[in-house]
Design a protein around this ligand. Structure first.
Ligand code: GLP
Length: 243
């Protein structure tokens, strides 16, 4: 685990963007596992700036997002499709055909989940997975549960997640109750993982990185990854598991 202490949110965002930049420069057709939520927005803004300065080319880069709400059409203002288009995809030269998110409107959710896993496998897995962390330790929408779910699946959102994400909706009642999320397998099989967390996530980050590995704190499974980079503005100390 590589731990990077950022001075503030801007520093966190710049450092995260630098890692993404290096990844795309080193392998232009990289498969990125991208995340939504407010934490990675600043990193995306830095990537857009560097693209506009002519330093970055996304034309061959592929992206498979972590998750999508069920029941929101792609063009809904709160869908993660819209989020990604507004914060990154439409602002740089990503090919639309190279940008993937689960289809939360699929009539057959089981088939959609299997296809999403098949797609990620067909790419040979994810090169760099970006993650935020929920206050309850969720990654993507892998919520606290009795066991880790390996494949992409439909999940009923935790009450805490609904409360936390209500800030993006006109009322908590408007937050979808379920989502499709990639599972633990494609996240853990990513060659590198970049976990971003602001200071408000310090307590859950400590639990996730230095507590027991348990599906009750889904992000704790990241302790087992051989190439995890954590960038945080918080002060987090503990005994790092040797890997
Ligand atoms: C959502 C997303 C997660 C994200 C989390 C934290 O629930 N599904 O991928 O990590 O929000 O969001 P934020 O960065 O806004 O705290």
């Amino acid at each position: 685990m590589i731990f990077v202490k950022a001075n503030d949110y801007d520093d966190l965002s710049r450092k995260a963007a630098d890692l993404l930049y290096d990844q795309i420069l080193f392998k232009p057709d990289s498969v990125l596992g991208l995340a939504t939520g407010s934490t990675p927005v600043g990193a995306y803004q830095y990537l857009v700036q560097r693209y506009r300065r002519g330093e970055l080319d996304f034309s061959q880069t592929r992206s498979v997002n972590l998750d999508e709400y069920c029941g929101l059409p792609e063009d809904d203002p709160n869908s993660y499709h819209t989020f990604m288009r507004q914060n990154l995809f439409d602002l740089v030269n990503f090919c639309p055909k190279n940008c993937w998110l689960p289809n939360g409107m699929a009539a057959d959710k089981g088939a959609e989940c299997k296809n999403y896993d098949r797609l990620i496998r067909s790419f040979g897995g994810i090169d760099l997975q970006v993650l935020g962390i929920g206050q309850n330790g969720h990654i993507g929408f892998n919520e606290p549960a009795d066991c880790f779910t390996m494949g992409t699946h439909e999940v009923f959102l935790d009450q805490q997640t609904i409360r936390d994400n209500a800030r993006f909706f006109s009322s908590p009642q408007m937050v979808p109750i379920s989502a499709l999320t990639t599972g633990i397998r494609s996240i853990l099989q990513a060659k590198k993982i970049l976990l971003l967390a602001g200071e408000e996530k310090t307590e859950i980050l400590k639990k996730a990185l230095f507590g027991p590995v348990t599906p009750r704190v889904p992000a704790s499974i990241l302790q087992l990854h051989p190439h995890l980079v954590v960038i945080t503005t918080g002060t987090v100390t503990g005994n790092v598991r040797g890997n």
